[in-house]
Design a protein around this ligand. Sequence first.
Ligand SMILES: NC(=O)C[C@H](N)C(=O)O
Length: 364
Amino acid sequence: MSDNVYIAVHGGAGFHERKYEKEIKHALQRACNVALSNLGSKHSSALTMVEDAISSLEDDEHLNAGYGSNLTLDGTVECDAAIMSGKSGCFGSVGAVAGVKNPIRLARAVLDHSSIPSPIGRIPPLTLVSEGARQFALSQPSSAHLVSRESLVSPQAEERWRVWKCRFASSDPSSLSGNLNDIQDTVGAVAWHESDGMAAGVSSGGLLLKYPGRIGEAAVFGAGCWAQEASDVEQGMEMACSISGTGEYIIRAMLARRLGEAFEKGAGNSDGDDPHEVLHGVLNDQFWNMRRGRGEPDPSVGVLLLTRENDGRARLWCAFTTPTMAIAYVSSKNPKAKAIILRRPQNITLGDDKPCIYITGISL
Ligand SMILES: NC(=O)C[C@H](N)C(=O)O
């Protein structure tokens, strides 16, 4: 492997059951390895690493994206996915798309399509949804293959849907234990490659029992992922982030873009704030306070952030408000993928008016 690269993936913010810990870690490590396996070719790039890693996560039944996604109220799979390049600023996403094996590959096709000039000045799409996205996939057979809609329904997701659908219809919903909104494992990846800098992506089956046609942050520009170069090459910091959590709140906060803006204002450089403080500030001010101010209970969010300073030092940050967040990372320097299920310490009680944001930083 000759390229100098970093890649990190996440299996979402939520509640990862201990009984599936081994499978989830394995899925995350495999995604890192898949991303590294195509390095060295003339097409290798951060964008392709993100696409390949997420595609591998989408194929894993234990994660809520692609095969094994949460089901809609009607018992169907509808997926969202987005991808962004920090170097070009190009973005592509799909929303509420059914019967596409790897939604992230379709999002990548939308991104690639956006850089093909139209002779008549037709504006290329940023986002395609539902049947239109499927039609577009038909014109891109190599990048996003179509499968039957039912083939993306896993037995485990179907079972979970049955339980919660019964509860939804029940006259005494409190008789069942568990929390519907704990089951949210949007996946994502952030990467840096010497050829094209930062890239970020995200993919999700969305919320269990969502309305058909509903889209979450993984389909929305500026909400679920962001990547950018340093605005000041002398002092700046490149960044890419991928976000999981409750889509409605994340979209309202335009959270991924807000993080990008905070880093543009000089976070991490010699005069700026530390990335840890920036993350805390944005999550507290832009997300948690705003949501709590609207009376929304326990907004959940998880952020995976990759930063790289101009001296080449790269760091990974993970911030979340949920009980757990699952991540893995690897680099060309340390090619053995490391997976961790981060668990928020149980004994932190800050009171109702304070967010419980757990933040950890890892030098790569
Ligand atoms: N599964 C999830 O994490 C939910 C997803 N973030 C959404 O709101 O669409």
